[in-house]
Design a protein around this ligand. Structure first.
Ligand SMILES: O=C(O)CCC(=O)C(=O)O
Ligand SMILES: [Fe+2]
Length: 248
């Protein structure tokens, strides 16, 4: 893995007060150029060459993660069966399928690769959290949890609102690290209104932060079979209070 020298750096030219006005009006925001360009490129290179992805899906009522060791032993038939089960449950309810690496858990367990530790420190540093407090108006935001995600052809995340009791999520964020993408390739972060219509959609992009308030109905549309690339992001929530540590 290529390591960035310094880790991510917040773009010093961002106008927090102007962004706060936009967020206040819509409850969501797409911030282009969130990091300095060289540090965004370095972070992209780390994620684009990362190889140890879990497969993340929903089983019963909970998150289920298939680690890389186990994935390697799954036959094409087993994978196809799993896919069919996932498709069946996605028809009616909350389901997802994408690859991830749990940065928050790995940092607390002391096993995160150094570049992901730097990323976690950036997301929990005063520069980033201070800007997030200013934009969202939530002065009690105390920490950010985080995972890296990769969506390739067939991956999706159905409609949900991110609200989980006891997690104190004030806002959700998606740090976009996809260098080139077309809306036709899917993977669009869609926001739904009370009638089930898509009221807005953010197309995967590079070095941009999507931010939205919790709870809010949203989904990631399925990445199309003809998408040639991967949708790469760092996602998580800005949470109130002190980081409780492992398993939260
Ligand atoms: O990747 C995205 O754009 C959104 C992810 C999301 O909604 C979630 O992880 O809950
Ligand atoms: Fe979500």
């Amino acid at each position: 893995m290529t390591e960035p020298d310094t880790g991510p750096i917040l773009n010093p030219a961002l106008d927090g007060a102007a962004l706060a006005r936009l967020y206040g009006a819509a409850g969501r925001l797409h911030i282009a150029g969130i990091m300095t360009e060289p540090s965004a490129k370095a972070l992209h290179d780390v994620i684009a060459t990362f190889a140890d992805w879990n497969l993340s899906l929903r089983k019963g009522d909970g998150d289920h993660s298939i680690p890389p060791e186990q994935r390697r032993h799954m036959s094409a038939d087993q994978m196809a069966t799993l896919r069919r089960l996932i498709d069946m449950s996605a028809t009616q309810g909350f389901q997802y399928l994408f690859e991830n690496y749990p940065i928050y858990d790995a940092c607390h367990a002391g096993i995160a690769p150094p570049a992901f530790r730097q990323l976690f420190d950036f997301l929990n540093g005063e520069a980033f959290l201070g800007l997030m407090r200013q934009i969202t108006g939530h002065s009690d935001i105390g920490f950010a949890d985080a995972q890296v995600t990769r969506f390739t052809a067939g991956d999706f995340l159905t409609t949900h609102d991110d609200d989980v009791d006891g997690k104190d999520r004030r806002a959700a964020y998606v740090l976009n690290l996809t260098p080139s993408w077309r809306a036709d390739w899917g993977g669009i972060l869609q926001f739904l209104d009370g009638d089930g219509h898509v009221e807005a959609g953010f197309v995967p992009s590079f070095n941009a932060l999507n931010l939205f308030s919790v709870p809010k109905l949203h989904a990631v549309s399925q990445v199309s079979t003809f998408s040639p690339g991967a949708r790469l992001s760092v996602t998580g929530w800005l949470r109130a209070g002190k980081d409780p540590g492992p398993a939260q």
